[in-house]
Design a protein. Structure first.
Length: 156
């Protein structure tokens, strides 16, 4: 599938979500040619929804932003989803993709987080021969990246 077209569709769909009313959601494809990857469209949609849903839980700025970027490399495509929410401490980063891990359990009782969203993201991405990781700064926001292998085969 063309990852660029898929991400554009996801972002357009998310803009219709009532939870996104006050969020400035942007997509930067960073390329003009198709970015073909072998991926399950529905599972990848779940990845996007889990990452963006997680970002929404920790938004605390007046100007709320989520940026989606696509980087096309020779052998892989990298998706970067960045928010300007609460962020987290460096010590928490190695654990955020663990099942049931919640960086601040007291915050999650209000938002209903189970600690499974990013664990599911990791399982889906790695199940498609990809890789996922995060970067964050407390008070500045969080970036989630995932890479998928490129292909030259044309699918749906």
């Amino acid at each position: 599938m063309d990852l660029s077209v898929f991400l554009q569709d996801c972002v357009e769909e998310l803009r219709l979500d009532p939870r996104m009313e006050e969020i400035n959601l942007t997509f930067f494809p960073n390329n003009v040619t198709p970015v073909l990857v072998m991926a399950d469209r529905e599972k990848l949609r779940r990845v996007m929804m889990n990452i963006i849903g997680n970002s929404l839980k920790y938004m605390n700025k007046d100007q709320k932003e989520i940026k989606v970027e696509l980087f096309d490399h020779e052998e892989v495509a990298t998706v970067h989803i960045r928010d300007n929410g609460l962020g987290m401490d460096r010590e928490e980063l190695p654990h955020i993709f663990d099942r049931f891990y919640r960086a601040d359990p007291s915050r999650n009782t209000e938002s209903g987080g189970s600690g499974l969203g990013l664990a599911i993201v990791k399982q889906i991405v790695e199940g498609q021969d990809g890789r996922v990781w995060a970067e964050s700064r407390a008070g500045e926001g969080t970036s989630i990246y995932f890479m998928l292998p490129r292909t030259d085969k044309v699918g749906e």
